[in-house]
Design a protein around this ligand. Structure first.
Ligand SMILES: Cc1ncc(COP(=O)(O)O)c(C=O)c1O
Length: 394
C-alpha cells in the first residue's frame, strides 16, 4: 500500500483533542447561506430522497451549464458534458480513472493539494512533480524549462489548481497559455481544479504587501483557452463557493467522449451524489452576482486581517492572490521540522495548522513550512491572533 493517512484530517482530530483553534483543514466554521440550506430542506420535504440519475439531477446540470456560460463564457451540454460527483474529490479521481492507463504519467505542480498524488497512484499512473518556487515577496512561479522537461510521450495529463491550494497562486493567462501549448504538443489532457474560482483578492503590491494599489489577479479556466476545451476536464464543487464542504456535491465538465467514461467510473464508485442537495445546488448556482461579490469581500477582509498577524508573529509569507490559505516559512522559529512545529503549535500555542510536508512528495521540501487557512469567523481568527502572540515571547 503506497497511500498514507491524510495529514490534514489527522491534524483536525489532533486540534479537537487539544482544543486548539483550527486553522488547519480548509472548512468554514460559519453558517452556510440560509437560502441555500432552505432549498435543501424543501427538497427533502418534497421527497427528492431516492437515487438521482447517476450523472446528476437535470435541473442541477442545467444550472451548471448556465453558470459556466455566465462566468466562463463556455457552452457546455448538460446532457453529454457534465457529471455530478460526490465533491470535486470524487470528480478528480473519477476523471483520472476514466482517462489514465497504467504506466502513463501525470504532471503536477508541487506543493500540491494532498489528494492529487494518491489520485494518480490509484490510477496506476506515475506522478511527475514540477516545483513551484517562491520569490522573496512570496509570489509563486514555475520554471518553464522544468515544466517542458516533465513532458514526454508517456505524459497523459497535467493537474492544475487555480486559485491554488496551498500557495494561493492564481495562474496568469500567459502561464496557462504556455501550459496549453505543451498539452497540445504532447497530446495531453488537463485536469483543472477550480473550486476556489470565486475566491480571488485585490490590491497587492509586487513585494507581497497589501495595499490599495491594484494588482488584481483574474481567474482563467484552461477550457477558455483556444483549442483546450476539447482536452480539459474541469473539476468543481459547491464546497468552497457556498460553504458546504460537508454536502459532498461537485461536478466534472468534459467533452462527451470523456464524460461518457467518467459517468461509468462514477456510477461504479458512488452511484450518485446526494439527490436533495443537488436540487439545492441548482438554486445556489443561480445566485446573483451580488452573492459572489459579497463572498469575495468577506474573504478579502479575512486575508487582510490574518496576513499581517502571521508576519508579525514571525512567519515569512506573502499575501495569497486567491483561495483561503497562507503557506508560510517557519525557519525563523528554529524547529527541526514542520511536524514538530505543528505539534508545538497545537499543544503549546493552541492553534492548529497543516505541516508543509503534506503538500510535497519530497517531504524535506516542506519541512520548514506550515499552511494556515482563514475561512473562519472573525472571532476565530481573532482568537488565533491572540494565541499567536505567545510565539513572540517564546
Ligand atoms: C484544491 C482542492 N481540491 C479539492 C478539495 C476537496 O473538495 P470537495 O469538498 O469538493 O471534495 C479541496 C478541499 O480543501 C481543495 O483544497
Amino acid at each position: 500500500m503506497r497511500l498514507t493517512e491524510s495529514v490534514i484530517r489527522e491534524m483536525s482530530r489532533e486540534a479537537a483533542k487539544y482544543n486548539a483553534v483550527n486553522l488547519g483543514q480548509g472548512f468554514p466554521d460559519f453558517a452556510a447561506p440560509y437560502a441555500v440550506k432552505e432549498k435543501a430542506i424543501e427538497a427533502i420535504a418534497a421527497d427528492h430522497n431516492q437515487y438521482a440519475i447517476t450523472w446528476g439531477v437535470k435541473s442541477f446540470r442545467d444550472a451548471i451549464a448556465e453558470k459556466t456560460k455566465r462566468f466562463l463564457g463556455l457552452d457546455v451540454d448538460p446532457e453529454s458534458e457534465i457529471t455530478v460527483t460526490c465533491g470535486s474529490t470524487e470528480g478528480m479521481i473519477a476523471g483520472m480513472l476514466a482517462c489514465i492507463d497504467e504506466g502513463e504519467e501525470v504532471v503536477l505542480f508541487e506543493p500540491f493539494y494532498e489528494n492529487y498524488a494518491p489520485d494518480v497512484i490509484l490510477s496506476d499512473a506515475k506522478p511527475v512533480h514540477v516545483p513551484l518556487y517562491q520569490t522573496a515577496a512570496g509570489d509563486w512561479y514555475f520554471e518553464r524549462d522544468e515544466l517542458r522537461a516533465a513532458f514526454n510521450e508517456r505524459t497523459k495529463a497535467i493537474i492544475i489548481c487555480t486559485p491554488n491550494n496551498p500557495t494561493g497562486k492564481v495562474f496568469t493567462l500567459d502561464e496557462m497559455e504556455f501550459i496549453a501549448d505543451l498539452c497540445k504538443e504532447f497530446d495531453a489532457l488537463v485536469f483543472t481544479d477550480e473550486i476556489y474560482e470565486h475566491i480571488i483578492y485585490r490590491g497587492r503590491r509586487d513585494d507581497g504587501q497589501m495595499t490599495m494599489a491594484t494588482n488584481n489577479p483574474k481567474h482563467v479556466c484552461m477550457a477558455q483557452i483556444d483549442g483546450m476545451q476539447e482536452r480539459t476536464i474541469v473539476v468543481n464543487s459547491l464546497s468552497k463557493t457556498y460553504s458546504v464542504t460537508g454536502w459532498r456535491v461537485g461536478y466534472c465538465i468534459a467533452p462527451p467522449e470523456i464524460t461518457n467514461a467518467i459517468r461509468k467510473v462514477h456510477d461504479f464508485l458512488t452511484v450518485g451524489a446526494a439527490n436533495p442537495l443537488q436540487h439545492a445546488g441548482a438554486f445556489a448556482l443561480s445566485l446573483p452576482d451580488k452573492y459572489y461579490n459579497a463572498l469575495q469581500k468577506e474573504y478579502q477582509l479575512k486575508r487582510d486581517f490574518i496576513v499581517p498577524v502571521l508576519q508579525d508573529a514571525g512567519f515569512r509569507c506573502g499575501a495569497p492572490e486567491g483561495a483561503y490559505y497562507v503557506m508560510t516559512d517557519i525557519s525563523g522559529f528554529g524547529f527541526e521540522n514542520d511536524i514538530e512545529f505543528t505539534k508545538y503549535m497545537i499543544r503549546e500555542i493552541g492553534v492548529a495548522v497543516v505541516p508543509g510536508s503534506s503538500f510535497y512528495h519530497d517531504k524535506s521540501l516542506g519541512s520548514q513550512k506550515v499552511r494556515f487557512c482563514f475561512c473562519k469567523k472573525d472571532e476565530t481568527l481573532q482568537a488565533a491572533a491572540e494565541r499567536l502572540e505567545k510565539l513572540k515571547k517564546g
